[in-house]
Design a protein around this ligand. Structure first.
Ligand code: HEM
Length: 244
């Protein structure tokens, strides 16, 4: 295991681990988005429930889930260690410091954006993942619906009705606002993070860098967060009979 300690004790090694876990989390987001797009189907949640059932019962995906939880924790811990290390190596601030002259706002605030996202992920997993696995519907720690999670039966097979949990959560305006603001943080985090991940791995090339920058900006920085943000908004408007 000495190569693990060697890698994690150098700042270059930590950056590589951050990049690999970050890019893995980007891949998860694409899969999660595609699955959650089923929410837009007008089928009373059947496709969404079947997708959620598959994701939580397929042995391979269940194994990848553990890698996902580990990646979230490792990514956050490495970010904290690297930030501390950078602060410690520069105990006295420069007399003349205008970082906005040579770096973008997002790159200077990755720590704050990442912290917002970590808080979002904890709230999000409490609402969906925890309810899915362990029980009654709660919002902000309060039990809203007693008993266990509702079930639906498709082709004679009873499965947990995660669509009901989702539509219930997004029927609250404050919860929708929380999601939309978090998706703004996700957009700014990914606009810098995606490209920076490739850069830290040394994967920069005159020919491919514009493509990576384009995907980072338009796909991960705009399209993906916008589609995620559209889900709670759409459900809020639908369940409250405002537009649909
Ligand atoms: C806004 C739209 C979103 C909806 C409707 C949604 C819905 C869900 C649901 C129903 C689950 C539990 C069932 C499952 O594991 O498939 C889940 C799990 C999860 N979500 Fe989301 N999600 C959304 C956005 C996000 C975003 C933006 C992130 C990350 C930044 C995220 C991270 C996660 C994670 C890490 C899990 C646990 C996955 C696992 O156990 O394998 N979700 N989400």
């Amino acid at each position: 295991m000495s190569w693990v300690t060697t890698t994690l004790s150098s700042s270059l090694g930590r950056k590589v681990v951050m990049s690999l876990t970050g890019l893995f989390l980007c891949t998860f987001l694409v899969v999660h988005l595609v699955g959650n797009l089923q929410l837009f189907k007008g089928d009373e949640g059947r496709a969404f429930n079947e997708y959620s059932y598959f994701m939580t019962h397929n042995p391979l995906i269940k194994t990848i889930s553990y890698l996902l939880y580990a990646s979230i924790i490792i990514h956050a811990v490495m970010a904290l260690v690297l930030t501390r290390q950078n602060q410690a190596s520069r105990p006295i601030k420069y007399a003349y410091a205008r970082p906005e002259d040579n770096s973008h706002w997002t790159s200077r605030n990755m720590g704050i954006l990442g912290t917002i996202l970590l808080i979002f992920i904890v709230i999000h997993m409490r609402t969906f993942w925890y309810t899915m696995h362990f029980g009654p519907i709660t919002l902000a720690g309060e039990e809203i619906q007693a008993g266990s999670i509702p079930q639906v039966t498709y082709d004679g097979e009873p499965i947990k009705d995660l669509y009901a949990v989702t539509t219930f959560a997004f029927s609250y305006l404050w919860y929708v606002i929380l999601y939309v603001l978090s998706m703004a943080a996700l957009a700014f985090h990914l606009v810098h993070g995606f490209q920076s991940g490739f850069q830290s791995l040394g994967l920069r090339h005159k020919k491919y860098s514009p493509l990576i920058e384009g995907i980072g900006t338009y796909v991960f920085g705009i399209l993906i967060p916008a589609l995620f943000a559209a889900m709670p908004v759409y459900i809020y408007l639908k369940v409250n009979h405002i537009l649909f």
